[in-house]
Design a protein around this ligand. Structure first.
Ligand code: PGA
Length: 245
């Protein structure tokens, strides 16, 4: 990743339905500074389909081998060419993933030279009662608790994703860029020991219509894109915008 450029991460979630569609979409959006976080069964094919983009996974288990039916390890991901992994997405937290689990996942990812994309964010209820900063601070304190000084040269990505701004209707801009910038500035205060190569990005209904309003801010160093990442034209438009900054 060129540190001068913004990074865009396509989070395909549990889409598309078939490996053929995944390969076709990957080829259409294959550009530098893009990470495609594909569903686990499609990682190998998407990895082969892309030449410039990087391959990401959407989850990882904290143990490296053994009797863990259904789980996927960091070394397995690395062995199929994955270099990034999303951890702590709110859609996984909602299924019971705790910050303690997330901390272990981050640790194992880094040990296997995967760059963790660590998602944090408050719910609508927490936002409405003014708890956004304290919730995110608490998440990060635990999420980063297993990072040791030896990790300070490892790249990590922190994605601020307010839960209430994710997957809203098309063309919506639920969060304001001002809030996103303020939250990223607040996140930076959580520790004065960030790994030297930490990138702060925003996610939550980023689409071609609102991408510029977020990405023009220097504090927002990239975007985690869900819904729009499944449409090649929208993804290309977002990437085009990101290159202006
Ligand atoms: P969205 O998803 O762009 O569809 O809101 C973002 C995410 O969940 O990472």
């Amino acid at each position: 990743m060129n540190p001068m450029n913004k990074i865009i991460i396509a989070n395909w979630k549990m889409n598309p339905s078939t490996v053929q569609e995944a390969a076709t979409l990957a080829k259409k959006i294959d550009v530098a500074d893009l990470v495609i976080a594909a569903p686990a069964p499609f990682l190998g094919v998407v990895g082969s389909a892309i030449k410039k983009a990087k391959l990401g996974a959407q989850n990882v288990f904290w143990e490296d081998q053994g009797p863990f039916t259904g789980e996927v390890s960091a070394s397995q991901l690395a062995s199929v060419g994955v270099s990034y992994v999303i951890v702590g997405h709110s859609e996984r937290r909602r299924l019971g993933e705790t910050d303690e689990m997330i901390a272990r996942k981050i640790s194992v990812a880094i040990h296997n030279r995967l760059i963790p994309i660590i998602c944090v964010g408050e719910t609508r209820g927490e936002h409405e009662i003014g708890q956004s900063e304290s919730v995110v601070k608490k998440q990060l304190e635990i999420d980063l608790s297993l990072l040791s000084k030896t990790h300070y040269s490892t790249p990590i990505i922190i994605a601020y994703e307010p839960v209430w701004a994710i997957s809203t209707e098309k063309n919506a801009q639920p969060d304001t860029p001002e809030n996103a910038v303020a939250m990223i500035n607040s996140i930076k205060q959580v520790t004065d020991q960030w790994p030297q190569n930490t990138t702060f990005i925003y996610g939550g209904s980023v689409n071609p219509n609102n991408a510029e309003s977020f990405l023009k801010h220097k504090e927002i160093e990239g975007a985690l894109v869900g819904g729009a990442s499944l449409k090649a034209e929208e993804m290309k438009a977002i990437i085009e915008i990101s290159r202006k900054y």
